[in-house]
Design a binder for this molecule. Structure first.
Ligand SMILES: [Zn+2]
Length: 422
């Protein structure tokens, strides 16, 4: 991805740098050749050339670009998971994924980690973005997702002839787990997404208290992935599944819903980050019935939301790390609503806006393994920045509305926001 040449001064804003430090009032950021040269009080900023570009933050907020830590560009706002495999051709899904990649960038997310992909689209989407052929976030690509046969993602009875071939690699036993990882590595993924446990979304075949992969399968997937220096994450709701994943060596957990004391201790010991994705549960309860969701499933989502919110609070208060990712791409939780996840954590989970922004920036970059490059506004990092018209620490929900972005910047280049459209 090309970085900007020359110098840019961003001034007249309050700096929220993503490290968790309090905001710096009357701040300035100096960008030199796509990287941050200075971030701090405006009065201490270095002298810059009179030819430098100047951007007035209008008294608003200067902050790091957001990181979507559980992103599915290929999930095309489906009313049910089975649609992912049968509704559209791979060609059309690729175009939809490209549109979602542009959208997430316009929504202020300059980076994203995929939580699983149809076919191998994410890998190629990432390449197109990196080569500046298409607008989108810096992407960590996943591929097809691994699930045990008969588990959460294998609920279609045989006669329907729906094997989820576009999305899922079904495995039986550790050797098939190793084989699936080798295939994904060959195809170029960075993250291996797995389904160790069930979910409220499929209560008939695998509720969220059950396990969808054996410990042996999980351990085989991790050892093979780590052998190739790839990372593993998994859809972990059930208490024992969380512990199995931690024991097997998972690099992050998705959801971490029903974590118990022992699981929390294991999590903290290895400092494994968790991406709860709770707005998804709220949206499922609120809007799911409009899309044919049964009361049993809605009740499951209610239990999941309660358990997930409690676990998220406990993890953060105990010193653990949370990433902000929303699992968007369902009819009731569509692309474009990404920042609702952030508001949800402030309004309903009880985190402060500063805590949430730190999770959504620094921790997101850490999950991607790229915190040395971006995620905070500090000298030496890439200038992946948001300039927001308003005080995000006073009202985090202003991040939900794209019209509040003065600029969305990647490597010093303005990619979206009001200044882009001028
Ligand atoms: Zn997901």
């Amino acid at each position: 991805m090309i970085t900007a040449a020359g110098t840019t001064l961003i001034f007249n804003g309050s700096l929220v740098d993503g490290t968790g430090s309090p905001a710096v009032a009357n701040a300035a950021v100096v960008v030199q050749d796509g990287h941050i040269q200075y971030a701090g009080p405006e009065k201490a900023a270095p002298e810059i050339s009179p030819n430098a570009r100047r951007i007035d933050a209008l008294g608003g907020t200067i902050m790091p670009g957001l990181v979507e830590a559980h992103y599915h560009p290929t999930y095309f706002n489906v009313a049910e998971l089975a649609d992912l495999d049968i509704k559209y051709s791979v060609e059309y899904v690729t175009l939809l994924a490209a549109a979602n990649a542009k959208l997430v960038l316009e929504c202020g997310y300059t980076s994203a980690r995929s939580g699983g992909s149809l076919h191998n689209i994410d890998v190629w989407l990432k390449k197109a973005i990196e080569e500046d052929l298409h607008l989108g976030p810096r992407l960590s690509a996943s591929g097809r997702e691994i699930c045990g046969a008969g588990g959460l993602m294998d609920w279609n009875p045989e006669h329907l002839k729906l094997g989820m071939e576009g999305l899922i690699l079904l495995i039986n036993g550790p050797e098939e787990g190793r084989k699936a990882v080798r295939k994904l590595v060959k195809d170029g993924v960075e993250w291996i997404k797995t389904y160790p446990t069930g979910d409220a979304a499929a209560p008939d075949s695998a509720d969220h208290h059950t396990l969808c992969m054996t410990y042996e399968e999980m351990a085989a997937v991790v050892s093979e992935a780590h052998n190739y220096k790839r990372k593993v994450t998994g859809h972990c709701r059930a208490t024992q599944g969380i512990k199995n994943a931690l024991l097997a060596g998972f690099d992050s957990l998705e959801h971490g819903t029903f974590i118990d004391d022992e699981g929390l201790e294991m999590l903290l010991k290895r400092d494994v980050p968790v991406v709860p994705a709770l707005q998804f549960e709220w949206a499922s309860i609120e809007y799911g019935p409009n899309f044919g969701m049964s009361q049993a499933v809605v009740d499951g989502h209610k239990e999941t939301l309660e358990g997930g919110a409690e676990s998220a609070r406990r993890i953060l208060r105990a010193g653990g790390r949370l990433g902000m990712g929303g699992d968007y791409g369902f009819a009731w939780n569509p692309h474009g609503d990404y920042a609702k996840e952030l508001s949800f954590f402030v309004k309903h989970v009880g985190l402060t806006p500063l805590e949430v922004i730190t999770c959504a920036t620094r921790t997101g970059a850490e999950i991607m393994g790229r915190s040395h490059e971006f995620g905070t506004v500090e000298a030496g990092k890439l200038a992946d920045l948001l300039i927001v018209d308003g005080d995000v620490l006073d009202d985090i929900s202003i991040l939900e509305n794209r019209s509040n972005f003065i600029a969305v910047i990647q490597g010093g280049v303005i990619k979206a926001g009001r200044l882009k459209s001028i």
